[in-house]
Write a protein that binds this ligand. Structure first.
Ligand SMILES: [Zn+2]
Length: 210
């Protein structure tokens, strides 16, 4: 639990352990940094962000893939918006690769994929958390999956593989404008997204030393 603190160079504004399967959100000021810590490893963190002042200008997966020339996110990757503006930049990454393609789990897709009646999913987490900000399902876009490994083969085949994140791996995201960040600590138990066993994560918002 101490590894995240030891390397934070700045003033901690919020430091939260997000329980397994739970959502979290925060308004983050321009220049501040959000650290996501995968406390136990192999835990997908479904992630959305919005320009706080103009929330329809939100994270856009296609623009992010195009402007980074990659389907994976990592060090120095910029999260681009619908209007092709930088929302956040990954300034540290101890894991190395994060997914842009696979979207989120839901009660409904688990019914189709696994023929199971699961009680909750990231879609439901996003809806619950967005409601706190006066937003709803229309505000959910194709999301980032931090700490989730989804290799794409040359023939286009795609599937979740075992996560590569180790306990304590983290990403630091610097806000390039004031943003709203909304995450779902993925509750999925039926694939490798959360290593078949959802675990807690830690979120730290901090203001870097100038
Ligand atoms: Zn999920």
């Amino acid at each position: 639990m101490t590894e995240a603190h030891e390397t934070i160079a700045g003033q901690v504004i919020e430091d939260t352990v997000v329980s397994a399967g739970e959502p979290w959100s925060a308004e983050v000021r321009k220049g501040d940094i959000v650290r996501l810590v995968d406390l136990e490893g192999q835990q997908a963190v479904d992630f959305l962000c919005y320009d706080l002042a103009a929330r329809s200008d939100r994270y856009n997966a296609a623009n992010t893939i195009k402007l980074n020339n990659s389907i994976y996110l990592g060090q120095e990757t910029v999260l681009w918006s619908v209007r092709a503006r930088p929302l956040m930049t990954i300034i540290a990454d101890t894991c190395g690769s994060h997914d842009t393609l696979y979207g989120c789990c839901s009660i409904e897709i688990d019914r189709v994929r696994f023929d199971k009646e699961n009680s909750w999913g990231c879609q439901q987490n996003f809806e619950k958390e967005l409601a706190k900000h006066g937003m709803d399902e229309k505000d959910i876009a194709a999301n980032v999956n931090f700490f989730m490994y989804v290799p794409v083969r040359e023939d286009g085949h795609i599937a979740i593989s075992d996560g590569r994140s180790k306990p304590g791996d983290y990403v630091d995201l610097r806000a390039e404008v004031d943003v709203l960040v909304v995450i779902s600590n993925c509750p999925e138990r039926d694939n490798a997204a959360a290593g078949y066993k959802p675990t807690p994560i830690r979120t730290v918002v901090y203001r870097p030393d100038s």
